[in-house]
Design a protein around this ligand. Structure first.
Ligand code: C5P
Length: 223
């Protein structure tokens, strides 16, 4: 039995990788499976929240009862997130947004030649940074996947992007990261609290993340 403790929240979740095309058949992407974001969306819905899930291309079933928006590139994700933002009371950005995209997307398939090919990359919009700038009383949660200096890098991102808390994991650890069903997360918040969690199922990790959202909401209400 799940306690319906999020009925007053509209949770906007992003999940999965983005694809950045450089011609009609080729793109840059990353190994994100979408599992962490889908777990958050599933658990938030079970706890009674209204859920909008903006998802890059993944091989996962759509969780029951969520509004699902399918996108491909970072710019499409940005547009979908910004369109959904006004209704959202909580934003959880689990997507692995590509930081760069090919500067030019050729209309025709690039032909192979007897020489090397250089593709210029340009910066993608930082979606969570844009949300952080118009946060109002939303609770904003980001993720940080790091291979070194986990805590310092995560705190830097949380502050720079105006998040309420950040969920950090070390990609070099067995059982953490993109593809598997488990994760090893550390939650860091703006009050300097740090919660180092053991290896757990992504569904269970999603539950802990939503408990933290509830805690921040209660803390704000009592202030
Ligand atoms: O890529 P980075 O480690 O900075 O990601 C930290 C957080 O920022 C994540 O929650 C990610 O979803 C978000 N992000 C974003 N738009 C980007 C890059 C990252 O919203 N272009």
């Amino acid at each position: 039995l799940t306690v319906k403790d999020m009925v007053d929240e509209h949770v906007l979740v992003t999940a999965g990788p983005t694809r950045e095309p450089f011609d009609p058949v080729r793109f840059i992407t990353n190994y994100s499976s979408g599992k962490m974001g889908y777990a958050v969306a599933t658990m938030a819905r079970r706890r009674g929240a209204t859920v909008t899930l903006v998802s890059g291309p993944v091989q996962l079933p759509i969780p029951a009862g969520v509004f699902h928006v399918s996108v491909s590139s970072a710019r499409e994700m940005r547009d979908a997130v910004m369109a959904a933002l006004p209704e959202a009371t909580v934003v959880i950005k689990a997507a692995a947004v590509a930081d760069y995209r090919p500067a030019v997307r050729q209309d025709q398939k690039i032909k192979k030649k007897n020489e090397d090919l250089t593709v210029k990359l340009e910066r993608n919009p930082d979606i969570i940074h844009e949300i952080g700038a118009k946060k109002e009383d939303r609770i904003l949660v980001g993720f940080a996947m790091e291979s070194e200096h986990l805590v310092e890098h995560a705190i830097g991102k949380m502050v720079a992007k105006n998040m309420d808390f950040i969920v950090a994991n070390d990609v070099t650890k067995e059982g953490a990261g993109f593809q598997g069903d488990t994760n090893i997360i550390t939650i860091l918040d703006r009050d300097g609290e740090m919660q180092e969690l053991p290896l757990m199922d992504k569904m269970e990790a999603a539950g802990v993340i939503l408990d933290k959202v509830r805690e921040i909401r209660e803390r704000r209400r009592s202030q």
